[in-house]
Design a protein around this ligand. Structure first.
Ligand SMILES: *Cc1c(COP(=O)(O)O)cnc(C)c1O
Length: 378
């Protein structure tokens, strides 16, 4: 089956709820013991739940992995994965990773003596040079946020294999519809399912998918031990949303391609950032590891003093963080998503005050262009 068919029919061969296309929502927190002393699939809701377990199977199918796990947020998923590390372990991460991942690494796991190095992950030599005897893992995110830089997934896997390191990829921006890191050799895929996977700006959720059985057991152990699980209703809602993932991403991506064209050619715009810009040095690599660009891009306004005017004059697009929903959202990376990054670091990377990030939604493209045209003219 092709991707969109799997999203709709993929669970057919696994046990279903009471209806062919609409799983039951099983809200029980505990299950009757059928036979004393015998293990059973469902005993206690934190450990496993029938609705969550259906979603987990579906996510494994879509990422082309063997085992899926659903968490109460993307950060809960990432945190649960990180708990496999121990004091003294060293992890290499891209500088451009999600702010929350940066925060748990430095401010939480740092306290437990986990060591880390942030490198420009677009440069494989920097990753290679950061490997130490105590290095255990490499964490990447591609395309990155808000610069849409590309990390060579196969290159990272090769370095990791040479040094016996675990690889973790945050696949939130592209979803398994456009990029499947496990197929390229990555060990652990993590998601903020809050974004495209749920797709409606209405739930907070996280996903982990792995292939290896031993690794799966560890993730499952962390999930049940820590308990940051996705509730049954949200699991059901996420499964419902996954059925339309392809058409949502297709539409948002088509809108993005047209908006990129518009922004590139607008006199008030200095520069556009996307995986397909000619000056994106990962452009060719991206084409070999993903089948699309997703629906997030950034641009630099020529006149920094007009950023506020721009935000004040958008009418259809909304000033808000997040991405991947029907509504087009616009945000200011330097004061919102990257507020905690040191000023010099931001400036060095080009995340200046005149940068705007757009997470494109599903509105009619003519309405969006009209909206942005008006705001840019102002
Ligand atoms: C939003 C996001 C996260 C965090 O997910 P939450 O669901 O907000 O906890 C992690 N990684 C990326 C790339 C994100 O966009």
């Amino acid at each position: 089956m092709k991707f969109e068919t799997k999203a709709i029919h993929g669970l057919k061969d696994t046990e279903k709820g009471n209806c062919e296309w609409n799983n039951t929502i099983n809200m029980a927190s505990a299950y009757k013991t059928k036979s004393f002393g015998e293990p059973q699939d469902f005993e206690y809701g934190r450990v496993s739940n029938p609705t969550r377990s259906e979603l987990e199977k579906l996510m494994a199918i879509l990422e082309n992995g063997k085992h899926g796990y659903a968490f109460s947020s993307g950060m809960a998923a990432i945190t649960s994965v990180f708990t496999r590390f121990k004091a003294g372990d060293h992890i290499i991460l891209g500088t451009d990773i999600y702010g929350g991942t940066y925060r748990i690494t430095t401010d939480i796991f740092g306290k437990f003596n986990l060591k880390y190095t942030f490198v420009d992950a677009t440069n494989l030599d920097e990753i290679k040079n950061a490997v130490r005897p105590e290095t255990v893992a490499i964490f990447i995110e591609t395309p990155s946020n808000p610069l849409l830089d590309i990390t060579d997934i196969r290159g990272v896997v090769k370095i990791a294999k040479e040094h016996g390191l675990l690889t973790i990829a945050d696949n939130t921006f592209l979803t398994p519809y456009l990029q499947r890191p496990l197929e390229l050799g990555i060990d652990i895929v993590v998601h903020s399912a809050t974004k495209f996977l749920s797709g409606h700006h209405d739930i907070i959720a996280g996903i982990v998918v792995v292939n290896d059985d031993k690794l799966a057991e560890d993730v499952w152990f962390a999930q049940k031990a820590i308990g940051a699980i996705l509730p049954p209703f949200d699991s059901w809602l996420l499964m419902r949303s996954l059925k339309t993932l392809k058409i949502r991403v297709d539409t948002a991506q088509n809108n993005t391609l047209k908006l990129l064209e518009f922004f590139r050619n607008h006199p008030a715009v200095k520069k556009v950032y996307s995986p397909i810009e000619d000056d994106n040095k990962g452009k060719e690599i991206h084409k070999t590891q993903a089948s699309g660009i997703g629906a997030v891009f950034s641009f630099i306004l020529k006149d920094e003093k007009k950023v506020k005017t721009f935000f004040e004059n958008i009418k259809i697009a909304t000033l808000a963080p997040s991405l991947g929903g029907p509504e087009t959202l616009v945000t200011h990376p330097s004061t919102v998503t990257h507020a905690e990054m040191p000023e010099e670091e931001k400036n060095a990377r080009g995340i200046t005050n005149s940068m705007v990030r757009i997470a494109v939604g599903l509105e009619n493209i003519d309405d969006l262009i009209e909206d942005f045209k008006n705001a840019l003219e102002k």
